[in-house]
Design a protein around this ligand. Sequence first.
Ligand SMILES: NC(=O)c1ccc[n+]([C@@H]2O[C@H](COP(=O)([O-])OP(=O)(O)OC[C@H]3O[C@@H](n4cnc5c(N)ncnc54)[C@H](OP(=O)(O)O)[C@@H]3O)[C@@H](O)[C@H]2O)c1
Length: 262
Amino acid sequence: MSLNPTSKPVLAVIGVGPGIGEAVSHHFASKGFTVALIARTEDKLAKIQTTINSEHGDTASKYYVADARSESSLQSTFASIRSDLGPVNVLIYNAGSRRFTPRTILETSSEEFESFTKINLFGAFFASKLVLPDMLAKGSGTILFTGATGSIRGSGGLSSFSPGKFGLRSLSQIITREFQSRGIHVAHVLIDGPVESDLVGGVVKRRWERSGESDKLAEKDLYLMQPKDLAGIYWYLYTQPRSTWTQELDVRSQREQMFSKM
Ligand SMILES: NC(=O)c1ccc[n+]([C@@H]2O[C@H](COP(=O)([O-])OP(=O)(O)OC[C@H]3O[C@@H](n4cnc5c(N)ncnc54)[C@H](OP(=O)(O)O)[C@@H]3O)[C@@H](O)[C@H]2O)c1
C-alpha cells in the first residue's frame, strides 16, 4: 500500500537533526510535501517524524535510517523511498561533519579525513545519482546542497572539513552545467556562520552563558542563523521561477563578521 496515497510531491532530506534538517522538513511538509527524513540515529528521527506528522498529517513525513557515507545504504534507502512515497522531486543534502577544536593536518588522522569527506561530499554524489534519473524523466527536479564558510575558504585546523565542502560546491556547479537545461535546478546554499542548532550554535550559546553575555542570549537571531529562517531560504530557491534560477546563495546573520574571515 502506498504511504503517499494522494501523490504529494516528495522531498528527501539527507542529514536530519534538530537544526536545518528538521526545519526544512517541517517547512516543506507545511506546504504539502511528503518528506523522507534520513539520518543515522533512529530515535531522533522518530521524534522528528512524530512532531511533523502531528502538525501536518500522517503522510507528512517518514523516516529512513541510513549512512550517507555508504553508497549501498543510500541505494537501498532510495529504493524504499521510491516504493513507499514515489519518485523524489526535491533532494536536500544537508549532512555535514566538522570538528570544533581545530587540528593541523599533521594532527588529523587519515581516517577522520576520509570519514568526514564521505559525509560532506561522497553522500551528495551518491544521492544525486539516485534521484536524477526520475527527475530527468519528468523534466523537472530540485537539488539543494548545504554549504558552509569552509566551502570557499580554507581555514587552518579544518583539513578534514573544507576539502569536502569545496568539492560539494563544485559538484553543485557541475550538475547545474550538465542538467539545468533539462529542467534540473541545483543550488548551493553557503551558510556563512553559525546556526542555532545542536552543533555549532549550541557551543556558541554555552560560551555566552559561561561568559555572562545575556544580551546575546536575548537576541540570538542577531548572531545565530535561525533554522526556520533558513528553511524559508530553501523554499524560496525551490519556488524560483525558471527564468530566474539561483545557483548559489550565501547567508549570514546580521552581526556575523563576514570580512574577518576573508
Ligand atoms: N550548525 C552550524 O552552525 C552550521 C554552519 C554552517 C554550515 N552548516 C552546515 O549545515 C549542515 C547541518 O545542519 P545543522 O547544523 O543545522 O544540523 P542538523 O540539521 O541539526 O543535523 C544534521 C544531521 O546530519 C546527520 N548526519 C551526519 N552525518 C550523516 C551521515 N553520515 N549519514 C546520514 N546523516 C548524517 C546527523 O544525524 P545522525 O548523526 O543521526 O546521522 C545530524 O543530526 C551541514 O552541512 C553543515 O556543514 C552548519
